[in-house]
Design a protein around this ligand. Sequence first.
Ligand code: NI
Length: 176
Amino acid sequence: MIKDVLKMGDPRLFQPSEPITEFNTPFLHHLVSDMNDTMAALNGAGLAAPQIGVGYQVVIFGVDHNPRYPDAESVPYTILINPELTPLSDEMEDGWEGCLSIPGMRGIVSRYTKLRYRGYDISGQLIERECAGFHARVVQHETDHLMGILYPMRIRDLRLFGYTDALFPGENIQDD
Ligand code: NI
């Protein structure tokens, strides 16, 4: 079922989420199903459970020809539960981010370029991957949601935060 996405200002977005302790449950399948429906309906690159008001450490992400991110490299569709990130170098890179909880806006955020992530799939199987570039950016953005962090809290220069149509005039990027 498509759920309402909480918007920035809602205090639930700033609360740390709880870890999942039981896998393969009806609760978890229902939650992921709602997250899939909601992300697909809004063309999101990722979605975290707290964005639909569920305070557990569950994120989904994946990018393949996304009209919100027309130039982005593809990222494999992944359900990631209780994620832990480890940067693989100190190198960071600036890039534009948007968020379904902050519709119509984009900002420049610095993120680690390479990292390892660990977590679990819906059955409790370990997922362990190394990634870089946009894949690494999306994982960092979604994992931040589980700590109550929204991307504007990481913007260093607020002149690089604004409305998508004003930042990218004429590019017709879908962002609502
Ligand atoms: Ni987001």
